[in-house]
Design a protein around this ligand. Structure first.
Ligand code: SF4
Length: 257
């Protein structure tokens, strides 16, 4: 069963990798809103969520975040990281830059040691205000699952038919290393079509793009929770570690989640 996040601010979660993480959802709390429709999306297919398309208002996000950060600071448990994720693509929010500025101001005032992370599918990098905002956060984490347009179409179902990997790679290069690249590896069948971004052809082409983009870090992972497409396979940790070693050989740190 896939599931949605039903709040603007999620309950803080502690993990070994991130420490205490506070999630922020700018997307509808009862629906999903994304410019991709990934076959592995934990929120389910876009078509399952035809409902409310309202983004959470900037003032609601600021007020709820302030209340939560004040409480966490008072309890002596400030978050280690504030992460924008949730029911879809956060950078689609029409006031994304202003929301980020509010968040950075609250962080500086209330929990100055917390990092601010954004998990994005990199489809809005053509918008100046999105690029500016992503340059201000501590962890600008951008998704790219394959070097091949056809594989991205199978894995991510970009909603814009004009989507192209080469355009996104150009936009990523413009960050001049001030970004983290995130890639999901998987294999299986979806809608009757095979999908596998772990073949040598795929990995070699992806490594070439990593070397071109030169992010400050790469994060790779495989399936963890339920996916809308039930016939996908998780890639073994050893296989992910072998890919990570090839990234690190080019001098870029790579973590396996
Ligand atoms: S980009 Fe993220 S939220 Fe959007 S469909 Fe893919 S996994 Fe889901």
């Amino acid at each position: 069963m896939t599931s949605l996040f039903h709040q603007i601010i999620f309950r803080p979660v502690r993990s070994r990798r991130l420490g205490l993480s506070l999630g922020v959802n700018l997307l509808p709390t009862e629906s999903k809103l994304c410019s991709f429709d990934c076959i592995y999306c934990e929120c389910g297919w876009n078509a399952e969520h035809p409902g409310a398309r309202r983004f959470n208002a900037r003032t609601d996000v600021r007020e709820q975040l302030e209340t939560t950060l004040r409480r966490m600071a008072a309890d002596g448990t400030p978050p280690d990281v504030i992460t924008f994720a949730g029911n879809g693509e956060p950078t689609l929010h029409p006031e994304f830059e202003a929301v980020i500025d509010d968040t950075l101001a609250l962080r500086d005032a209330l929990c100055p040691t917390a990092k601010v992370s954004v998990l994005s599918n990199a489809t809005q990098l053509h918008r100046d205000e999105v690029r500016r905002a992503l340059l201000r956060v501590d962890n600008n984490i951008l998704k790219l699952d394959s070097a091949f347009d056809e594989t991205v179409r199978r894995m991510n179902n970009p909603q814009n038919p004009a989507y192209s990997v080469s355009r996104v790679v150009g936009q990523m290069k413009a960050f001049e290393g001030r970004m983290i690249l995130q890639t999901m590896f998987l294999r299986g069948v979806c809608n009757g079509l095979p999908v596998d971004n772990t073949t040598e052809e795929e990995v070699a082409a992806w490594l070439r793009l990593v070397a071109e983009i030169r992010p400050r870090q790469v994060m790779i992972y495989s399936l963890d929770r339920d996916t809308p497409c039930p016939t996908l396979e998780k890639v073994a940790r050893e296989e992910l570690q072998a890919i990570a070693a090839r990234v690190e050989a080019s001098g870029i740190p790579c973590s396996v989640a």
